[in-house]
Every structure is written in structure tokens, then in C-alpha cells.
Design a binder for this molecule. Structure first.
Ligand SMILES: [Zn+2]
Length: 387
């Protein structure tokens, strides 16, 4: 192992207690997407103390930040990404407190050995992963321009590196009909609920012909007021997801066709809106994945069996803009799912904290791989362009 890596690892051990404190502090003060003022303050204060130059409120997002290490020279730019938003009611049930502390640790560890290493080192605070699309905004605002490698990790019930994610778009479908007494004058009514049901039926008929791995799932969010009034208004919400962004877009057209067909059949009028943020699918960068795996194995870890389960994340948009990785490290038993109280417990456990330190070390080691000349950066970019 290179001397830089040895020193970075030693630095993580040296600041380990500080990082545990940060992870616990964020866990104890969960904040919802784009409202993470306390977390952003804690992280940027630590980064400033470690000598980073910090800008908070970047990309027009109050809780987004970029912390830049002052040792800058020609060479690659590495960005280590922190997430720190929590979920309603169940707090840090996705372990973003561990992501934040691990990212801070990795940045501080590389920062400690940065003198002598070429290039530029950034710690980027990316808020609102849980539906707020902080990274999408940051990509759109050009914050990743000039970045050669964007890296983060995510705590999980299994260890896998190079896993993809599903591109997602959230859709709201509303139908407007005409009310009428459902028994006396049903012929005067136009039933908006029927249009919603017809949309589901059309979609369900399509399922046989949808590619494996895609997911279209929905709920009826308004189905009318009373059985004796023909529903004049009804609505449904769907998440449309696919392993590849273009196929997600194809599915959106198919779903829209189902809704338009339902409108035609029932006489209701369709209002279609794509709400919230669309996330692209993750494009794992192979050379970066290989480098990360080698570093993980150097610390005695081995990968778990590949799994099919996939969610969606705004890290997808980052990895479609620049080479990136989003490895998962195991912090709990394999049968515990993220977004549960059990996962929240794991996110403040000794095991969770220990894994966070492993993440800090392996991210730092991989950042050093990128910064140390010359081959990896070129291989990363050519692989990025090919896939
Ligand atoms: Zn998450």
C-alpha cells in the first residue's frame, strides 16, 4: 500500500472519535430534505477547522456546500459527497448521518496528506437526497464541471460495489368529470374515478410487455367524495422507474397513453403532471469501481453476492455527468431493509460507526488513487465515454 494511503488511514484512526461524534450528532438531530441547516453547519465547521475553504448555500440551495482544500495544483479533481437528510417520523433510517461523517472523514484524511499530491480535493454537501434532488440541481448549476471523480458510499444491508439504480419520475394524474346523482341521473355524470381505474387497468395489461427490472407503481390519491355522487374529480400518483433512463422515458409515454385512453373512454379530461425531481440511473464507473474494490479488499473486506434490489438516487444524475461511484457497505443483517426503524437503529450502532470509518478510509484511498498520476483518470474518462 502506498505511503499516502497508509497515512490517510492513520488519519482516519486519529480523528475516529470526532467522526463518531458527528455521526451521532446528526442522528440525534434528524432534518428533512433541504432543511438540513444544523447538519450543514456541523459538517462545514469541522471542514473549516481542518483548513478547507467553505462556501455554503451553493447552487441556490441553502443547505448545499462546497468545501475546497487549499492545496491546489494541476491534476485531477476529486469530489467526495456527503448526504445528510433524514426521513419523516423515522429519522435517519437511511443512514445518511453515516454517509456525512464518512465523507467528512475521507476528505479530512486526504486533506491531511494533500501536500505533495497533485490536483484538487472537494468535499461537497449534497442536501435533499430523499426526493429533494439536491444533486440534480447542483449538476444543473454546473457544480460538477471540472470534477473528474465523484464518490460517496451508502450504508446498506449488504456490501456491493458497482450496483446501478433505477431512473425515476414521479407522475400525478388527475381526471376531471361531471358530478351527478349516481342513482337518479347517472347518465348526466362523467365518472373521473372510472378514468383512474381504467388507467390502472391499462397499465396492468401492459405489465406483461414491460422489460424486467422496470417498476411502475401507483396509488389512488383521490377517488371521489360519496358513493351517491358520480366522482367529478379523481387522481392517482405513480412512480415510473427503469434501470436505464431512456427506458424510463418510454414507460412514461406508455403510462400517458393509458391515461389518455381512459380519458377518451370515459369522457373525463386528463391533467398530467410530472412532479418532484426525476433522477437518472446510476452509471458506475468501472475503473473507479475496481480501484474501490481493491482498497476495500486491502482492508480485509469481501463483496457480498450481487442482488437485484434497486432503488433510485440523485447520485444517478452525478454519475451521468462525471465518472462516479456509489458503493454500499453492510451495517446490519441482510434481512433489514433501509427506511425502517431497524435500519435507523443500525445507523447509530457501534457496527454502523465502525463501518463509517472503513468507508472514510476506502474513499480516501480511492481518492488518492485518482489524484496519484497518471493512468486511472484517463481510464475513468475513456470508460465513462464508452458506456
Ligand atoms: Zn439513502
Amino acid at each position: 500500500m502506498s505511503d499516502w494511503k497508509e497515512r490517510a488511514r492513520a488519519e482516519v484512526d486519529r480523528i475516529g472519535d470526532q467522526l463518531r461524534e458527528v455521526a451521532q450528532e446528526l442522528f440525534d438531530n434528524p432534518e428533512l430534505k433541504l432543511e438540513e441547516t444544523h447538519a450543514a453547519a456541523v459538517l462545514t465547521e469541522r471542514a473549516r477547522d481542518a483548513g478547507f475553504e467553505v462556501e455554503v448555500g451553493v447552487a441556490g440551495l441553502e443547505t448545499a456546500f462546497v468545501a475546497s482544500h487549499p492545496e491546489i495544483s494541476d491534476g485531477p479533481t476529486v469530489a467526495i459527497l456527503a448526504e445528510y437528510d433524514a426521513l419523516p417520523e423515522i429519522g435517519h433510517a437511511c443512514g445518511h448521518n453515516l454517509i456525512a461523517a464518512g465523507a467528512l472523514g475521507a476528505a479530512m484524511a486526504v486533506g491531511a496528506v494533500k501536500k505533495g499530491l497533485p490536483g484538487r480535493l472537494l468535499l461537497m454537501g449534497t442536501p435533499g437526497e430523499e426526493g429533494g434532488g439536491g444533486k440534480v440541481t447542483m449538476v444543473d448549476q454546473g457544480l460538477f464541471e471540472g470534477v473528474d471523480a465523484a464518490m460517496m458510499y451508502h450504508p446498506a444491508p449488504m456490501t456491493i460495489v458497482g450496483h446501478g439504480s433505477l431512473a425515476i419520475t414521479e407522475v400525478k394524474i388527475e381526471f376531471h368529470g361531471r358530478p351527478a346523482h349516481a342513482s337518479a341521473w347517472p347518465e348526466k355524470g362523467i365518472n373521473a374515478l372510472d378514468a383512474v381505474i381504467q388507467t390502472f387497468n391499462g397499465l396492468n395489461a401492459l405489465r406483461e410487455h414491460i422489460k424486467d427490472g422496470a417498476r411502475v407503481h401507483g396509488i389512488i390519491s383521490n377517488g371521489g367524495a360519496k358513493p351517491n355522487i358520480v366522482p367529478e374529480y379523481a387522481s392517482a400518483e405513480f412512480y415510473v422507474r427503469a434501470p436505464e433512463t431512456p427506458y424510463r422515458d418510454e414507460l412514461l409515454v406508455k403510462l400517458r397513453n393509458c391515461a389518455e385512453g381512459a380519458a377518451l373512454a370515459t369522457g373525463a379530461t386528463l391533467e398530467w403532471s410530472e412532479v418532484g425531481h426525476s433522477y437518472k440511473s446510476i452509471k458506475p464507473n468501472r475503473p473507479l469501481v475496481d480501484a474501490y474494490v481493491a482498497n476495500l479488499e486491502a482492508l480485509g473486506w469481501s463483496l457480498g453476492a450481487p442482488v437485484d434490489a434497486m432503488g433510485s438516487t440523485d447520485m444517478g444524475d452525478v454519475t451521468q455527468a462525471v465518472p462516479g461511484i456509489h458503493p454500499y457497505l453492510q451495517i446490519c443483517a441482510p434481512d433489514i431493509a433501509a427506511h425502517t426503524r431497524e435500519f435507523a437503529e443500525a445507523s447509530s450502532s457501534e457496527r454502523g460507526f465502525d463501518v463509517m470509518l472503513v468507508a472514510a478510509k476506502t474513499l480516501a484511498m480511492t481518492a488518492i488513487d485518482v489524484l496519484t498520476p497518471p493512468a486511472l483518470v484517463e481510464r475513468m474518462w475513456s470508460s465513462f465515454r464508452e458506456t
